[in-house]
Design a protein around this ligand. Sequence first.
Ligand code: ADP
Ligand code: MG
Length: 680
Amino acid sequence: MSKFEYLLSPIDTIKGVGKKTLSSFNKKKIFTIFDLLWHLPISKIETADDTEINDLQVGKNYNIKVIPIKYNFPRIRNLPNRVICEKNGIKLDCIFFNSYEGYIKKLLPLNQEVIVNGKANNFRNKFQFVNPTTKNTSNLNIINDDSKYSLSDGLTIKKYNQVINSVFQNLPELEEWLPDTVSRLFNNVTWKESVIKIHKEDITKIRNTKYFRRLVFDEIFANFLLSSNIRSKIKKIKKKNKILNLQHQNKIINKLKFKLTIDQLSSLNNINKDMESKQKMFRLLQGDVGSGKTIVSVIAALNAIKAGYQVAIMAPTEILAIQHYKFILENFNVYCYPEILTGKTEYKKRKKILSDLLNNKIDILVGTHSLFQEKINYFNLGLIIIDEQHKFGVNQRKKLSDRGGKDCDVLVMSATPIPRTMMMTIYGDMDLSLIKSKPKNRLPIKTYSKNETKIHDVINFIRSEITKKNQVFWVCPLIKESKKIDHQSAIEKYKYLSKIFKDKVDIVHGSMSKEEKDIVLNKFNNRKIDILVSTTVIEVGIDFPNANVIVIENSNKYGLSQLHQLRGRVGRGSKESTCILMFKAGLSDNALKRITILKNTNDGFKIAEEDLKIRGYGDILGFKQSGLKKYNLADPIQHEDLFNIAEKEIKKIEKNNIKIKHFNKLIKLYDKVAVINETI
Ligand code: ADP
Ligand code: MG
């Protein structure tokens, strides 16, 4: 058996692990020897101090292994109970005030070894502990360097340590996979040494050592390598290069109502280069809400169409799909024929669309992500655009890319700014174009917070905005009132606002049909209504440039990034915009922090960093659904430096086409724990 096979073998290959122990370990999701090693101890087992009783120092705390030899329970008020104990023939008294005899007898059974923990005191020349605690004696024959683990039924600490110790006796020294320069950063400590250390030393003290950090690095490195590997695999796919007509493109650009920003132009340039190359494009277009990603992707789509290809655009929600479709239909229908297909498209219409696609009558098919689920045949699909997604993992994107066929380029757009350290973890498989600057005409969104009880101020403010011909989003967390959750509901708020603003208010929420939603959104778009009450269905990507006020109810309920996304529904036109964060009295510290950050900055990337700090990794909006598994040891805040080093190394490796020693083995070990599991 090779060293790696040993690590990946099931733990019942370890001597002494039978069916029962195996199933106990399995309950803790420990299946292989590597899993076992990857499962960190909680702390050291506290063992007895070897101090002799005569050497105790008054005032210090000790764990002393003693044998209780006699009880003295005086049964007189105010006199304490006493247990006389002995270590190596010297006596130590354990004194108990206000304790029952039964309790004391249980704590210190006569003539059995027990560890007592207490502060040394000297009374009439005798050492004593007052109200000591005792330690579990069933582990008295443990070895000194054993550790405490979280256990499941049927596992004792003793058994756990026996198994670990027996693994350590056979633990192979693996060939080094870290590049020399990196290995040197950790004083060349090996993987094996490090693993033993984290199990045998006090885990609470070892986190800043080279041993622990080396293992952290291994984890990050394996994760990044896998992404990079997927990326280079995609890049190796030879495709037919697209012949773009840039004159045609520039004609389109010149007719736009606005000038593209430098970042928009350079992103478009990146995309065009990719499409013109013989390598398949797998690119992320990242930009904060309202930075203008849509127009970039649509121009890219028109370029692909002019070059003779079809394009598929996928949005995460139906509302957004409709919006994209209309945007294209209304502005660019001289250049292309778009269609829309969603889960709700009628059978007949659907059949027609599918046949038109195959006959190359449709140039752009806009749809929801459900377009991926089914097999749709195109005449010659050349570009897939995926909007606003942060819900796919690396493996899924790889599948998407495969599904389009080999000549099909892939562009992913995301408005979820993520902390820089997380970039590689989440998007390491893609090339990146960033739109950092917002269009020039944008004014920062003024953000205020308001106690719910002050709603009349808000109403007055809105009234004045409406007289200025501005429009308002009013977002509530619930559709209907709920007995369980004390949050504002859209329906109640709609009733309330209708009393004040009459027929200038309407409502959209998730349980309305597409047609119903459509009618309302159209009314809002055509300025037939001034206030749109909604649930967070309007969260992603919706674009109503005339709306410049958003009121967010129960704002403390949302995370920073989500609030930022919601706020991004306004501030899309050239007018000054306002966001009002409503809250109930009694905000938590974290909620207060979030609101303060939002008031102080409009920069999505900064907000993402702060979000990470407040919530910790793994809890950030979107990551939970992303199917991205938590790192076991690595933490993007604490180990930022290691993430950066890993990223640099990966770039070096990619640039110089370096083969990583034992790459496959490393991935095999870490893939399961470190990277991605597949869920949408
Ligand atoms: P997002 O990046 O959030 O998807 P959108 O593409 O929806 O942003 O763009 C937001 C709004 O900004 C749209 O109304 C769009 O027409 C407008 N826009 C895009 N680019 C520019 C620009 N360069 N100058 C002015 N407005 C722009
Ligand atoms: Mg968008």
